[in-house]
Design a protein around this ligand. Structure first.
Ligand SMILES: [Ca+2]
Length: 549
């Protein structure tokens, strides 16, 4: 046992780990797993099956991922992962908001099915604590003989739903957690090592765009570094057991606040940040829902004000990238890299001034918040075939992580009860029937509620917002979504077909707002027949029968 391993292990045991041990020496999580075990496959234990680590980031737009195209942001570790694995060029979040997207990942279901509709404990969120069921990702894995580990942002419960109460080992961080600075476990880590969390905020003579600043202590004092320590401890802990492991490594960044040590900011200090193509775009409706997130000082701001925020954001992405690299190095050093599948994705993106000064996420249908990174690397010999470094353009979703992990774990799952599809065939380069349309939902944020559904099909994106004009973008001609074609006669047929796709999605997945969509977008009302007699239109004629979702 190496000294560093001992230290990490000791760290986990000195009152910081939150897995409770009962009188039989078994963690509470495991006891309830045995009670809940209802896998449809026999349990298979042993090291024959791969370990799996899911690296997850919060609010990472594609321009903060080097592998996704030209950018000044440096992410060499994730770029290398993409070069050795498979990169999905068209990956979409299930919802551009924390709690709903995270609940989809762990349930494999669309937002309206698991009903964590907004951030937990906000108005519009039907379920504030994710219920523990045998179908949850960690429960399925435990039942199949996996160990499950967790660290970092959770945000799908504060009280009864915590990582340790749904089967994970590791450290619990209830709620949202801001940047992760306030948790007693992190504070104890700082204290133990003599580190401090001190932020030198941005100069006050400028206009504040976002909350950013420079951390005055060493990199070892940062939350991303601390999270990498936690994950390496879990790897060490699990490496002594017979079971393979799954670890969900969750960063709070590069979500605001963008705090980084000087060294990382210095990498961008003198870098010119190219202006977003849509920065000078004019909103069609200045009172539209997407304008809820317009920066209140946008008209007074200069691009350079945004650029300075973006420098800190990119520096944060680079810091996180480096910490992911430390975990990957640890796998190499411990001899486990060859049998550990790596997944990377994010819960959603970030606007950061695009589309005329939008901030944060939610309330719009734009790529900046919906389109996310998705990289999978299976290092086992022969598994990726000639796929190394391949870029797959199929439409995929963060919903697909659930079945992908379970297929890799040979854990079994009920395809009829989830909405994702396993990516394994695509990673291994096999021909497979695949979805032709991907859907993103949004139900509100900040105690304000709505119904929004986005459908991407081919290069066309249709955005339905219940209380606004719909949007249609042709991404091949207009990749930055600056021209709404919804009233363009040459796209009228396409728009109607997209409405039929959204309607089909709603019917097939029991979407709660289907009646309003049918009435306002397809002109069909259940009630009309009581006034005018049987409706001449067969409502089923709107369904797109061969649509793959
Ligand atoms: Ca988030």
């Amino acid at each position: 046992m190496t000294k560093s391993k001992y230290n990490r292990r000791e760290f986990m045991k000195t009152g910081l780990a939150t897995i409770a041990i009962n009188e039989f020496g078994v963690s509470n999580g495991l006891v309830s797993t045995l009670q809940a075990a209802q896998t449809d496959k026999p349990l298979k234990k042993g090291k024959g099956r791969p370990n799996i680590i899911l690296f997850f980031t919060d609010q990472q737009r594609l321009s903060a991922l080097g592998a996704y195209g030209k950018t000044v942001c440096k992410t060499p570790v994730l770029d290398k992962l993409a070069a050795e694995g498979v990169l999905f060029e068209n990956a979409y979040t299930s919802c551009p908001l924390c709690s709903p997207a995270r609940a989809s990942l762990i349930t494999g279901q669309h937002i309206h099915a698991h009903r964590i509709g907004a951030n937990t404990y906000e108005f519009g969120c039907n379920v504030n604590e994710l219920p523990d069921t045998p179908a949850l990702l960690p429960r399925k894995l435990l039942a199949a003989g996996y160990k499950c580990g967790y660290t970092g942002k959770w945000h799908i419960g504060n009280k009864t739903s915590l990582p340790s109460s749904v089967g994970f080992e590791g450290v619990d961080f209830p709620g949202h957690g801001g940047g992760g600075f306030g948790y007693p476990q992190y504070k104890a880590y700082l204290k133990k090592h003599g580190y401090t969390h001190r932020v030198r905020k941005h100069a006050t003579d400028g206009v504040k765009i976002r909350n950013y600043g420079v951390l005055e202590d060493v990199v070892e004092s940062c939350v991303p570094y601390y999270l990498a320590e936690n994950t390496m401890s879990l790897i060490d802990q699990f490496s002594d057991t017979e079971e393979p492991f799954f670890i969900w490594h969750n960063n709070w960044g590069p979500h605001e606040p963008y705090y980084v040590p000087e060294k990382y900011y210095a990498m961008y200090k003198d870098v010119e940040i190219p202006q977003w193509e849509s920065y000078r775009w004019k909103p069609e409706n200045p009172y539209g829902p997407d304008q809820l997130k317009r920066h209140p000082n946008h008209d007074q701001l200069q691009w350079e004000d945004w650029a300075e925020s973006i420098r800190h954001y990119y520096a944060f992405a680079t810091l996180i990238d480096e910490q992911i690299g430390r975990v990957l190095d640890h796998l190499e050093k411990t001899g486990m890299a060859d049998n550990t599948i790596i997944l990377f994705s994010s819960d959603h993106g970030e606007t950061l001034g695009s589309h005329a000064g939008l901030t944060d996420k939610g309330w719009n249908h734009y790529e900046e918040i919906q389109h996310v990174g998705m990289i999978v690397k299976d290092p086992r010999p022969g598994r990726q075939g000639g796929q190394r470094g391949k870029r797959v353009d199929k439409l995929v979703s963060t919903l697909d992580i659930y079945p992908t992990v379970l297929e890799y774990a040979d854990a079994g799952y009920d395809r009829r009860s989830i909405h994702g599809r396993s990516l394994v065939n695509l990673v291994e380069g096999r021909e497979t029937r695949w979805r032709d349309s991907v859907f993103v939902e949004f139900f509100g944020l900040g105690n304000m509620a709505t119904n929004m559904v986005t459908c991407r099909h081919g290069d066309i994106k249709y955005g339905y917002t219940c209380s606004n004009k719909d949007e249609l973008y042709d991404l091949a001609r207009d990749p930055h979504e600056m021209t709404n074609l919804i009233e363009d006669p040459s796209y009228a047929h396409m728009a109607h077909m997209m409405r039929r796709r959204i309607y089909t999605f709603m019917v097939r997945t029991n979407y709660p707002g289907v009646n309003n969509f049918r009435l306002t977008r397809l002109g069909y009302s259940n009630e009309r027949q009581y006034i005018h007699g049987p409706d001449p239109v067969d409502v089923n004629s709107f369904l797109v029968k061969d649509m793959e979702i």
